[in-house]
Design a protein around this ligand. Structure first.
Ligand code: ZN
Ligand code: ZN
Length: 331
C-alpha cells in the first residue's frame, strides 16, 4: 500500500553528453517509478527516442523535462520508439501531432496496437491463457474485475511512418545511429547503436538492474529470442548504455552476462520443477520464484514461466500434456 501513497515523481531533464539529454518521466507503476526518453541534437532540433506513458498530465511531464534542458516538443524533428510498450510509445500520437514529425518504429508492433484496439478481446485472451495455465477461477475473476476498464497507457494508436529495421540510419549531430532488432522483451524491440561513440540506446532490452519481462503469446520463443538478442548486442561492444529505465551505465558486457546468467538459471529452475513431476504453469511459479503468487506479480511471473516452458518444449526438454488445465512434464 505504501506504493499508492508514494509522492509522485516529476518529469526531469538532464544532459548526459553534449547533444544528448536524458528525460526522466514518471510512471504510475509500483516498483517502476520512471522511464527514460532520450533527446539527441539533430540540426536545428532533436531526435526523440521514446515517449513516456500516456496518462492524465503526462504530456506536461514531458514538457517539464524538456524545458529543464531548454527544449520543447516542437523541437522534435523525428520520433523513434525502441518498442511499442506504453511507457515507450504511449504518447507517440500526441508528440507527432504537436511536433508535426514522423514516427519510426519496428513493424511487429501488433502485440500492443492490436491489443489496444480491442481491449476486451485482449483481456479475454489473457484470461484464457491464465485459465489454461491452471490459475483457479476465483483469483482469475478478481483479476478480470480489476483489469476491466483500465486503459493501456496509450493516448491514441498510430502506425509508424517508417519501419525501423536494420539498414535504417538515424542522423544526429553526434553521428548516425544504426538499428538492431532485439526481440524477446517485446516483438517490436530494437536497440540503437552509435558506432563512433560506441553508445547504445537499449530500451528495455538491457536495464541497469536485471529485470526480465517478456511479451508471451506473440512469437514462438520469447526467452530464446531474448538470449539471441543479447548475443546481437554483445557483438557491438558498446561502452555506454542509455537504457529505458534508470541511470546510464558503462559496464555493458557485465549487464549482458548478468541477464544471460539469470535467464539460464530460471530456465534450469523451470526444468527442475517439471522434472519432479507433472505440473501446471501456475503451480510451477512459486517453486521457480521462491515466493507465493500475489495479484501484483501473477501476470508477470506466469508469463515468464510460460516463456521458459515454451523454450524447453522447443529444445525438446519438456512437453505439454493437453487438457484443462494444460500440464507440463520433462523429457
Ligand atoms: Zn517494455
Ligand atoms: Zn519500459
Amino acid at each position: 500500500m505504501a506504493d499508492l501513497k508514494r509522492k509522485r515523481e516529476l518529469g526531469r531533464g538532464e544532459r548526459v553528453l553534449p547533444g544528448v539529454w536524458r528525460l526522466r518521466l514518471p510512471l504510475p507503476w509500483p516498483g517502476v517509478p520512471h522511464c527514460n526518453a532520450w533527446a539527441i541534437a539533430s540540426g536545428d532540433g532533436i531526435v526523440l527516442v521514446d515517449t513516456g506513458m500516456h496518462e492524465p498530465g503526462s504530456l506536461d511531464q514531458l514538457e517539464r523535462a524538456l524545458e529543464m534542458v531548454r527544449l520543447r516538443i516542437e523541437d522534435v524533428k523525428l520520433l523513434v520508439c525502441t518498442h511499442a510498450h506504453s511507457d515507450h510509445y504511449g504518447q507517440a500520437a500526441d508528440i507527432v501531432e504537436r511536433a508535426v514529425c514522423e514516427l519510426w518504429m519496428h513493424p511487429n508492433h501488433e502485440h500492443m496496437t492490436r491489443a489496444a484496439q480491442d481491449p476486451d478481446a485482449a483481456l479475454q485472451r489473457r484470461l484464457e491463457v491464465a485459465r489454461q495455465s491452471g490459475v483457479p477461477e476465483e483469483p482469475l475473476r478478481a483479476y478480470a474485475e480489476a483489469r476491466r476498464g483500465q486503459g493501456f497507457g496509450i493516448s491514441r494508436i498510430i502506425e509508424p511512418d517508417r519501419p525501423l529495421l536494420p539498414g535504417v540510419q538515424i542522423e544526429t549531430d553526434i553521428g548516425p545511429w544504426q538499428v538492431y532488432e532485439t526481440p524477446g522483451h517485446a516483438p517490436s524491440h530494437v536497440c540503437l547503436f552509435q558506432p563512433e561513440h560506441r553508445m547504445l540506446i537499449s530500451g528495455d532490452h538491457l536495464l541497469g538492474r536485471v529485470s526480465l519481462y517478456y511479451d508471451f503469446g506473440y512469437s514462438p520463443d520469447p526467452a530464446g529470442e531474448f538470449l539471441d538478442s543479447l548475443d546481437v548486442v554483445e557483438q557491438l561492444d558498446a561502452r555506454l548504455c542509455l537504457s529505458g529505465h534508470g541511470r546510464t551505465f558503462t559496464d555493458v558486457q557485465g549487464h549482458i552476462e548478468a541477464n544471460r546468467a539469470l535467464v539460464k538459471e530460471r530456465i534450469e529452475k523451470v526444468y527442475f520443477v517439471v522434472s519432479r513431476g507433472e505440473t501446471t504453469a501456475f503451480d510451477a511459479v512459486p517453486q521457480v520464484f521462491g515466493q507465493a503468487i500475489t495479484p501484483q506479480n501473477a501476470n508477470w511471473w506466469l508469463s515468464e514461466t510460460l516463456c521458459y516452458l515454451t523454450h524447453l518444449e522447443r529444445a525438446g526438454r519438456a512437453e505439454r500434456i493437453a487438457g484443462e488445465p494444460e500440464r507440463w512434464r520433462s523429457l
